[in-house]
Design a protein around this ligand. Structure first.
Ligand code: UN1
Length: 508
């Protein structure tokens, strides 16, 4: 790991606050980053304090005044170079993600691939920030709309996607002409520092002033400074519903904008007409990938009665094949949870499930011994439950999969929709009527609804996010960029007189 950390400019003690090439002195607490892979200290980071936050925010505001005058295609060109740099650093950055966060190396590399993909997307977008033109009701008038940048965008990201989710926001925000202040999770500060080094070098090479990409490592208070700062036009926050509600309340109190990407409680419906072999891969990857710590992790399977027993058996068999261990070893399917706190929540959820009547067909448990010294490795488990139990309605960020039965498709859809969250959902079926019903306005109520694909692993080209307690925001592809800009309607009179709208007559 030592050479990888060196390549990414990570040292034993790191400053945690930056406006680009400059790293600021700060007197916040020291954040120690321990790897869940082996429990070892990777490095420590100086957190931001309130005074340093204000310096960063002032620098960002100044940078915006210049950055907005750079043409959008030129901003896109700079993001293209960032994508190039990420291609070159894919291997070490992917390894650091895997080592600091604990996801498999494949998934760590996949995360960096998402960063590269969003850069490519943003480059194209930089020439396509289109507004509409409208027909005016008045003669000799022209009406159209333009999209202008918002200003400072605050990005609060979670530990589970320590680099990709920031890049979805930052790459789009930058081509739109905004500057960004990033508050990463205190559980993965080193990934953020590595990213900041990569982008800052590109900005410097292009003579772009400090402040376009800012980083404030820190705890909850750092997020609060961002949320309460009236100069931060938009907060894009990823994390728990509890965190999202706090962010929403403080940003709404000053009428700022938010994009919230919060909890999921994602289900797959397994129809009697599903290709069960294909469904199996989708379900198991969705449930145990990233050790169940994706927002899009499959948490519930809603299985038709007629295939319930056979599919349950397939799941049990597949779980017996799972290899749990060091995520940097490609032979392992499942790595550790992020920390011991997460392990505790996993254990509590299993306990609660049992108390509420759940019976485990694949037992959970914390692994001990050789290779598991960090105390963060747990067994993915599977329980038979009822949909309305509190534990089933709740998102536990761990590999616990709930099985339920249904008899008719309407009931299955109702069950899928009966949780407070609304992020991702899927149906496995070869029956076209069922698939279309699931996607219709009577179907899934989620932001993402898939057919014959699992709930996780969304591509960057689509708008990513969900409804209800998931927060309602959309990030990444499609026209999600519009949330990072302000729309201005312009009406231009090129005639010789001043007709008023709605035919109003007014003379003086
Ligand atoms: C998240 O878990 O916060 O769909 C994001 C997926 C990934 C993104 C997940 N592309 O699983």
């Amino acid at each position: 790991m030592k050479d990888i950390l060196e390549q990414l400019h990570i040292t034993a003690n790191n400053k945690g606050v930056s406006t680009g090439r400059q790293w600021l002195e700060s007197s916040g607490e020291t954040i120690s980053s321990f790897s869940p892979v082996n429990g070892k200290l990777i490095g420590s980071v100086q957190a931001c304090d309130a005074v340093t936050y204000r310096q960063v925010a002032a620098r960002a505001q100044d940078a915006f005044v210049q950055w907005r005058t750079v043409s959008a295609p030129r901003r896109g060109e700079i993001v293209r170079q960032i994508g190039g740099e990420l291609r070159r650093k894919k291997e070490p950055l992917g390894k650091l993600v895997s080592y600091e966060m604990g996801k498999s190396l494949q998934e760590g590399l996949g995360e960096v691939q998402e960063m590269i993909d969003i850069c490519d997307f943003a480059v194209g977008l930089s020439r396509q920030l289109y507004g509409l033109t409208m027909q005016s009701e008045r003669p000799n008038h022209r009406m159209y709309e333009q999209w202008h940048p918002l200003g400072v965008v605050g990005i609060i990201s979670a530990f589970n996607f320590p680099v990709a989710v920031w890049s979805w926001n930052a790459a789009i925000a930058w081509v739109c002409g905004n500057v960004c202040i990033w508050k990463p999770s205190e559980k993965t500060p080193l990934c953020a520092i590595a990213c900041q080094h990569i982008v800052a070098e590109v900005f410097e090479r292009n003579d772009i002033p400090e402040g376009v990409s800012c980083l404030i490592n820190g705890y909850r208070d750092a997020g609060e400074w961002l949320c309460n700062d009236e100069h931060v036009a938009l907060i894009s926050a990823t994390g728990s519903t509890r965190m999202g509600k706090a962010v929403a309340a403080s940003v709404a109190a000053r009428l700022g904008k938010t994009i919230l990407e919060l909890g999921g409680n994602n289900a797959i419906i397994i129809s009697k007409e599903a290709d069960l072999d294909m469904a199996l891969i989708g379900c198991v990857f969705g449930a145990v990938g990233t050790a169940g710590q994706r927002c899009t992790t499959t948490r519930r399977l809603i299985i038709h009665t007629s295939v319930y027993d056979s599919f349950k058996q397939k799941i049990i068999n597949a779980y017996q094949q799972l290899r749990i261990g060091n995520p940097l070893d490609a032979a392992n399917h499942v790595g550790p949870l992020i920390d011991k706190g997460a392990v505790e929540m996993y254990q509590q959820a299993i306990e609660a499930c049992k108390q509420q009547g759940g019976s485990f067909v694949v037992e959970g448990g914390v692994l001990q011994g050789e290779g598991y010294q960090s105390g963060c490795y747990v067994k993915p488990c599977v329980a038979e439950v009822q949909s309305n139990w509190p534990i089933v309605q709740h998102e536990t960020f761990a590999p616990i999969l709930y099985l339920m039965k249904y008899d008719n498709i309407e009931d299955a859809i109702a069950m899928q929709n009966s949780v407070p969250q609304g992020l991702s959902s899927s149906i496995f079926t070869l029956n076209m009527r069922e698939a279309e019903l699931f996607l219709s306005n009577r179907g899934s109520d989620c932001g993402i609804a898939n057919v014959n694909i699992g709930t996780s692993g969304a591509e960057i080209g689509g708008a990513f996010g969900g409804e209800k307690e998931t927060g309602g925001g959309r990030e990444s592809g499609s026209d999600a960029w519009k949330a990072y800009m302000r729309r201005q309607t312009n009406t231009i009179n090129w005639g010789n007189d001043l007709p008023l709208a709605q035919g109003i007559k007014f003379t003086v």
